[in-house]
Design a binder for this molecule. Structure first.
Ligand code: ADE
Ligand code: ZN
Length: 361
């Protein structure tokens, strides 16, 4: 939904010195809407959990593990991401993982996070779904109590598995439905179109869950259309390939369906050659409700503020008004209650006003 703060607010479209723009990007309040909690598993924690759980790893050291983070595409990353996640066994492991992310997010002025988790990655290894969800949920509650950070969970189905397996996962998760606000679709995109999950998404919508899906990361614009038409998603995760289809861009802009864009991820997984070649400016120019997110920050070279700072540094056409628009989009595109969105946008406005970067009207 779109919310309107009580005061009309216009960020000044002025150029700032690079250091001042970077400081503004770090300081501005923001929401993160596309973060896979398993993708925030740092190599140090992988090794620590392997030791704690008496597991033998293929990598003898943090350096050896980090050296393997050289991806050629989405699948080459996913192979390592699933191997890393295999160290997560106990409720404490899931707590430690999500607590590390949330503490970092709070320090980066993230006021609200909608966090993906992949239960099938864990249940396939014999970890009960309630162990996963209780550990994550405990960290979310504590982050709210300690940092005032609002954190919600979104359960993702793995699209390389069958729809029947997704339906079975939903059945296992439903007794714990108070712990998640929606469902998503992730993992290997090519060859696994959204239509494959039509029934499970219909069931989730009937249950009143929010629905999102990865589409148009490596897959074609037709997958974005199918996510909208068949799965009836409320947001598209990534969606950067929409620009290949002008009618789709017009539709996404008119219906204000948000895109959760992940610039560092897109470069690491070779969707774009460099950050300077990223299409974020074109997405914004087309009037799309784009947001910036970290996707799998432990694997892609940085958390949310690094995504903002590096992307703006590489794309000099992005300035103060884009920073404001992206932060504001992140709140508007979230599934938070309208009153929270208004409060957060007022906080965002206050930061820009205090910097002398806004005018009323
Ligand atoms: N799972 C974790 N990160 C992902 C990504 N970037 N695309 C699809 N599935 C994912
Ligand atoms: Zn993702």
């Amino acid at each position: 939904m779109t919310v309107t703060p009580s005061m009309p607010f216009t960020p000044i479209a002025q150029r700032l010195p690079a250091e001042r723009l970077a400081a503004l990007l770090r300081r501005m309040p923001k929401a993160e809407l596309h973060i896979h909690i398993e993708g925030s598993l740092e190599p140090e924690l992988i090794l620590r959990l392997a030791e704690r759980n008496h597991l033998r790893l293929a990598w003898p050291s943090v350096d050896a593990l980090r050296a393997a983070y050289d991806f050629t595409d989405l699948q080459s990353f996913l192979d390592l991401y699933y191997a890393g996640a295999a160290v997560l066994l106990t409720e404490q492991d899931f707590f430690d993982l999500s607590w590390a992310y949330l503490a970092r997010a709070a320090a980066e002025q993230v006021l609200h996070a909608e966090i993906f988790f992949d239960p099938q990655t864990h249940t396939a290894r014999g970890v009960p779904i309630e162990v996963v969800m209780t550990g994550l949920e405990h960290a979310c509650r504590r982050a709210h109590a300690e940092f005032g950070l609002s954190a919600k969970l979104i359960l993702c189905f793995l699209r390389h598995l069958s729809e029947d397996e997704a339906l079975a996962t939903l059945a296992q998760a439903l007794p714990h439905s108070r712990h998640f606000i929606g469902v998503g679709l992730d993992s290997s995109e090519r060859g696994h179109p959204p239509e494959k999950f039509a029934r499970v998404f219909a069931r989730c919508r009937e249950l009143g869950l929010h629905v999102v899906a990865h589409a148009g990361e490596e897959g074609p614009p037709a997958y974005i259309r199918a996510a909208l038409d068949v799965l009836k998603v409320e947001r598209i995760d990534h969606g950067v390939r929409c620009l290949e289809d002008p009618a789709l861009v017009e539709r996404l802009a008119r219906t204000r369906v948000p895109l959760t864009v992940c610039p560092l991820s897109n470069v690491k997984l070779r969707v774009f050659d460099t950050l300077a070649a990223h299409n974020l400016p074109a997405l914004l120019d087309a009037g799309l409700v784009a947001t910036v997110n970290s996707d799998d920050p432990a694997y892609f070279g940085g958390y949310l503020n690094r995504n903002f700072v590096d992307t703006f540094a590489a794309l000099p056409q992005l300035g103060v008004s884009h920073a404001y628009r992206l932060a504001r989009n992140s709140f508007e595109a979230s599934f938070a209650p309208a009153a929270d969105k208004l409060r957060w946008i007022a906080q965002l406005d206050a930061v820009f006003a205090a910097e002398g970067l806004a005018q009323s009207g």
